[in-house]
Write a protein that binds this ligand. Sequence first.
Ligand SMILES: [Mn+2]
Length: 288
Amino acid sequence: MDFLYTYETLKLEFPLVGPEEAKFVILGVPFDGTTSFKPGARFGPTLIRHATLNLESYILDYDVDIAELPIADIGDVAVVAGDPRKTADRVRETVEELKRVNPGAIPILLGGEHSQTLGAVEALKPASYVVFDAHLDLRESYEDNPYNHACVARRIGELGVREAMFGIRSGTREEVEYAEREGIAWVHARDYDFDAFVELVKPLPEPVYLSVDIDAFDLSLVPSTGTPEAGGLKFWDVVEAVEWLVENKRIAGFDIMEVAGSGLGDVTALTAAKLLFHFIGAMGKRRP
Ligand SMILES: [Mn+2]
């Protein structure tokens, strides 16, 4: 099938199926129009796909070969340069198109600015939003734009979606007060552990949209990202949380965002690719 706003690009190298029959559908969002600090997120989707060439499709942790799972790659969204709202509209329409032909598909966004998660959440209407991020992203507006990457969690909360955030180590006093007023739960990266994750996520209503802003990880794992912050999470901490989530909650969609970089073999993209394979592998292992 053809999507209105996507185009062909580098794809995962193992056998893929069409979006109509896929369980997992990859969509690149090469947008970095409101990046505040370090540019390059427009290269994230391509760099992540390229980084997967370095990985075995067999995930030995789970005894699952993800090359045997029905995965589609529908290419990248044609972005509207500099306009996060119009680009997120295209993400929303693409995900809506996908869900019309294949309601059971799980969209997986590879980004690209975190602002674009909003489009997928609008399309999927999940009950809850679980996010790993260094930043609260709860600003009303930033640089005169309410659809700036620094506002994405605020916009998602306004849709009536319950939110829980992990790996946080950056925000303004206003954002902290807003979270408290609205009952938005968040865990500082310094206080993060598996028990804290399960305690907050267990009561959340399903389905859950899971978003990983790659800057949640420690800087050593993700040097190329739009707004890097020292003091982040370990790789296996996030994988363990993802495993619990896919085992215990219905998943509406997943994304890995804010991967930047300028060259093949980028460390940040390698971290993202490994996480991508673990998400799909853990989903594949999950009991039906
Ligand atoms: Mn962030």
